[in-house]
Design a protein around this ligand. Structure first.
Ligand code: GLC
Length: 747
């Protein structure tokens, strides 16, 4: 009896199990696989299953249509299956105004004014990765609110020449700084269900001939200098998209480059996201199909201009691709891989059910924009405590220079913004100073450019100069707002600067002013290093970068002393152009020869690596930045001095604010290897820590540096390698201000 009973039980269990599985699979089959899914808790496995199922239901035409633009900034979905379009927008510092469907004109919407955040050069100058995360989250929140699925930024091309028009969009000359600052930005953006799009991959280090120049660089410099920030973005930042760059690398366009996209990005780094071309960066159907491009954008335009309207079916990855797939000239697997990547990006963005809604122009974003601005401003020189300038009644201050009133969010190319507001330095100062009298004179004029209103004829250079000099005679202190701007041939996309010195007759004007009033403080607004023939005649010099909506408030806070500057230079300021590495090897090195070939002859010695190793003193060094207070870094010690390659170096030190103002210091740790068997820079940044301190406060800081980060890229084995023996650890507060050297040994 017992046996019979057991048998019945077993049958019942089996029947129940079979029935359960059947019902489950049945419901599963009914569910639209592309139903928006929880990104939180939705396991990757499940999404991949859905993706595979969708691909199996798409027609070839539908697949091909997803791989190229349908308008200036969007790609087709599959209406038949409820698969959405993808909408993209520039840029790294804020969400660009809506552009028309089929030309570069603005759509003149009235609801797309945004917060303009500081340029990424300023963000890098904060040396504050946590702040970068807040920045990324805020700009991503605005992109989400503007219903953009891909934000076309951040850019992390290395600062190689001070003439590159787009340096203001990037994060400086050091691969470790750019790596540490870009990862939190990406994570912040993507928390909104918006894809970051890391650009321009790779070796887009100038604007001149950007869409044709062929860059040749050694594997070692490629891996040690130009790729690390992109690698960190892909592996640590888990960026959901990358943008190929216009230029060529080793003879192949970077938007469809087998080495960069297939072998390195998607192979070695296991990038599972989408590669978008730069606008008109694709040049071949076969190469786009096989060498790593997933979405072709902007073909037929140079990123700024345009050729024929609504010609999207002529794109390389449109009808020509479709026909080659039909005839089996190209494998269908190539389009399936692209579509899977695109769908994966969709599940992370448009198809993510729990995506936050986004926010725009709120006080939190204004607060972050101001915080980045004030933490990024760099006090370069401050003899006789020129800055800060107290707000004393009776004090007369002249604010001279067009940069004190000129919009710096308009212009510059694709990163330009329609800011909801932009507080100019003059406005900020007038609002901040309640007792002192603030006067303004334009001083110099920058002449009309594609972004300027045409200058009134009356404002000719001479009358401007006379007015400014006359004003300088009557005041106690002059604040000279000089620098560059976002117009053509200045800090702008599409061209490089033609000169290292400042334009618009600023230097002459400054000289005239100084004849009447020696008490001049210089506020330099640039995204690049510039020549400063007047540096010895100036006691106070501040680099403000381009600061966006909150510029005037941040600059005024620093000038009056409500905030102590704590920014550090993310790139070197050479005294003269020929002191820069790229400009030391003739035209083949910069801007390239008449065949549009370019060789990065300085190899790994970029920026301070060059200055240190060639003993060329820069005007201002990488990592330099002064404060209104003073700091002491003491008790620098290391837990041991012998290491194996798997270990970490533990550094400890105290930082004390020995002055009478709250401030922040950035302790920087560099490492070099004396008597190495290979070519090396004297030292390379391997770690940094920003420390905020009230006056009198002391903090004990620990920093760990993985020994593996001392590796070099060994071209003999095409892989990373590490030398045994002695290394020097340099601890300091600037690349030219080393406080302690510690020797360690690698066993
Ligand atoms: C431009 C830029 C790129 C931008 C794109 C769309 O040419 O190179 O950074 O995102 O086109 O405007």
């Amino acid at each position: 009896m017992k046996t019979k009973k057991n048998t019945q039980n077993i049958r019942l269990i089996i029947f129940t199990l079979v029935f359960f599985c059947f019902t489950q699979s049945f419901c599963y089959a009914q569910q639209n696989f592309w139903e928006p899914s929880h990104i939180i808790g939705e396991d990757e496995e499940n999404i991949e299953l859905k993706i595979d199922s969708i691909v199996s239901q798409l027609t070839l035409k539908e697949k091909v249509d997803m791989c190229h633009a349908q308008s200036k900034f969007s790609t087709k979905g599959v209406p038949r299956l409820g698969i959405p379009e993808i909408w993209m927008s520039d840029g790294p510092h804020g969400v660009r105004a809506e552009i028309k469907w089929d030309d570069w004109g603005y759509a003149e919407w009235t609801n797309d004014s945004v917060t303009a955040f500081p340029a990424l050069t300023c963000l890098a100058s904060t040396f504050n990765p946590e702040l970068s995360g807040e920045y990324g989250f805020s700009v991503g929140e605005e992109a989400r609110y503007r219903k953009k699925d891909i934000l076309l930024g951040p850019g992390v091309n290395i600062y190689r020449t001070p003439l590159n028009g787009r340096n203001f969009e990037y994060m400086g000359e050091d691969p470790l700084l750019a790596s540490k600052m870009v990862v939190p930005y990406i994570k912040g953006v993507q928390k909104n269900g918006v894809a970051a799009c890391v650009k321009h991959f790779a070796l887009n280090n100038q604007e001149l001939w950007r869409d044709q120049i062929n860059v040749e660089v050694s594997d070692r410099a490629l891996h040690e200098i130009y790729l690390p920030a992109f690698k960190a973005a892909a592996i640590e930042g888990k960026a959901w998209s990358f943008m190929g760059s216009y230029n060529k690398f080793r003879g192949q366009y970077c938007c469809h480059n087998d080495i960069l996209l297939n072998q390195i990005l998607k192979g070695d780094w296991k990038f599972d996201g989408v590669v978008v071309s730069d606008w008109s960066g694709a040049h071949s159907t076969k190469e786009s199909a096989l060498y790593g491009l997933d979405i072709e954008m902007g073909t037929g335009t140079d990123g700024l201009g345009t050729t024929t309207a609504s010609h999207y079916q002529h794109y390389f990855l449109a009808t020509p691709y479709y026909n080659k797939l039909l005839s089996n000239e190209l494998p269908e697997a190539s389009v399936n891989d692209k579509v899977k990547r695109i769908l994966r990006l969709m599940y992370r963005t448009t198809l993510q059910k729990n995506r936050p809604r986004g926010k725009m122009n709120n006080k939190e974003h204004h607060g972050i924009a101001k915080k980045v601005a004030t933490e990024g401003i760099v006090l370069l020189k401050n003899e006789n405590d020129f800055f800060p300038i107290q707000d004393k009644s009776g004090l007369k201050i002249a604010v001279i220079g067009e940069n004190a009133t000129r919009s710096m969010t308009l212009g510059g190319g694709s990163s330009q913004l329609k800011a909801q507001f932009e507080i100019s330095p003059l406005e900020g100062l007038k609002k901040k100073y309640k007792n002192a009298k603030i006067y303004h004179s334009m001083g110099y004029e920058t002449g009309p450019s594609i972004y300027d209103t045409v200058m009134p004829a009356s404002l000719d250079a001479d009358s401007l100069k006379v007015a400014a000099v006359n004003l300088a005679k009557k005041v106690d202190v002059v604040l000279f707002f000089g620098g560059l701007n976002k117009s053509h041939l200045q800090d702008s996309e599409g061209t490089d600067r033609k000169q290292f010195g400042l334009p618009f007759g600023q230097d002459e004007l400054l000289g005239e002013i100084q004849k009447e009033n020696k008490n001049v403080g210089y506020i330099l607004m640039t995204g690049n290093a510039v020549e400063m023939p007047w540096i010895d005649s100036i006691d106070g010099l501040i680099e403000t970068w381009y600061l966006g909506s909150m510029a005037g408030e941040a600059i005024a806070d620093i000038i009056i002393g409500d905030t102590t500057p704590s920014g550090k230079l993310p790139f070197s300021f050479p005294a003269k152009l020929e002191d820069n590495a790229a400009h030391s090897f003739g035209e083949i090195s910069y801007p390239g020869d008449s065949d549009l070939n370019q060789h990065y002859k300085e190899d790994i010695l970029v920026g301070y690596r060059w200055h240190d190793t060639k003993n060329i003193k820069p005007l201002f060094a990488f990592g330099h930045g002064l404060s209104y207070t003073s700091f002491e870094v003491s008790n620098i010690k290391i837990d041991k001095t012998k290491f194996t390659t798997q270990e970490h170096i533990e550094l400890h030190f105290d930082v004390t604010n020995t002055g009478n103002r709250k401030g922040a210091e950035v302790v920087q740790v560099y490492v070099g290897k004396p008597n190495s068997n290979i070519k090396r820079a004297v030292k390379e940044l391997k770690g940094f820590q920003k420390v905020h301190l009230e006056n009198g406060e002391k903090k004990n800081i620990s920093m760990t540096i993985p020994v593996s980060s001392l590796s070099f890229y060994d071209e003999q084995i095409s892989d990373w390698n590490i030398e045994k023996g002695k290394y020097n650890i340099y601890v300091g507060t600037a690349s030219d201000n080393i406080l302690k050297e510690i020797t360690i040994t690698l066993k």
